[in-house]
Design a binder for this molecule. Structure first.
Ligand SMILES: [Zn+2]
Length: 238
């Protein structure tokens, strides 16, 4: 055990998670979200796509509806509200003027103190090449946090600037710095993952098959966090 991960700061009340796909928050982070909402914090999700390209056996028009419903169910399990979608194309998210405007407008509307997004680095924490949607989204979110606080940048994206983001927490990062103790919240995290039933079936995960990898993930982080099951994040102070 190295215990090199620091506890996540607690001086915030509103968080907004901005991710590319339904399921990006669930695989790993749902336990942290459950712990936060269990402690009375407010967490909302903003999902850039409806994950319509995520199930090989299901055409996008059908998958879009299924995955939206699964994301709502999954978020409800861990106390998240609201859940919003931006309808950027799954597999085709671009760091475009439209994305920049959408993200700045969302930050000015939700006014979060903590922003959560997903690993924007080139590689995943398992050493694979990362999805372009994840790379683009994470970087665009970090950029938008800066832009949202400047009233002269994108003045038509929301009535008032929002410069109150204290931290951006990167889930699934290759270089985590902090962690959240999820003791007592692993079952809620699993239920949140399992709400993505059609998606899991499409990946060939059998019923109940998500428990072992989820426990492996939180226990691995726990080896760097006092032996407690934990969800790791790379924390960037703003
Ligand atoms: Zn994803």
């Amino acid at each position: 055990m190295t215990d090199d991960l620091q506890p996540m700061p607690d001086d915030w009340t509103r968080a907004l998670a901005v991710v590319a796909h339904p399921d990006d928050m669930e695989f790993g982070s749902a336990g942290a979200v459950a712990a936060w909402t269990g402690a009375g914090k407010q967490v909302g999700y903003l999902v850039l796509t409806r994950g319509e390209a995520g199930i090989d056996s299901m055409p996008p028009d059908q998958a879009r509806k299924v995955r939206e419903e699964e994301q709502h169910a999954s978020a409800a399990v861990v106390g998240v509200s609201p859940v919003e979608f931006l309808d950027h194309p799954d597999g085709g998210i671009e760091h475009s003027p439209r994305l920049r405007h959408d993200l700045v407008a969302a930050l000015r509307r939700h006014r979060p103190e903590l922003v959560i997004t997903f690993n924007h680095h080139d590689f995943t924490f398992t050493g694979k090449w990362n999805s372009p949607d994840h790379r683009v989204t994470g970087r665009a979110v970090l950029d938008a946090v800066l832009d949202a606080g400047n009233r002269w940048i994108l003045p038509d994206a929301g009535a008032e600037p929002w410069g109150g983001v204290k931290y951006v927490a990167i889930a699934g990062s290759v270089q985590p710095t902090h962690a959240v103790d999820v003791t007592g919240y692993v079952d809620a995290a699993l239920a949140s993952v399992e709400a993505h039933a059609a998606y899991l079936a499409g990946l060939g995960v059998p019923p109940g098959g998500a428990r072992v990898p989820l426990e492996g993930f939180v226990n691995a982080a726990g080896q760097r966090f006092g032996g407690r099951p934990a969800v790791p994040f790379e924390l960037i102070a703003c």
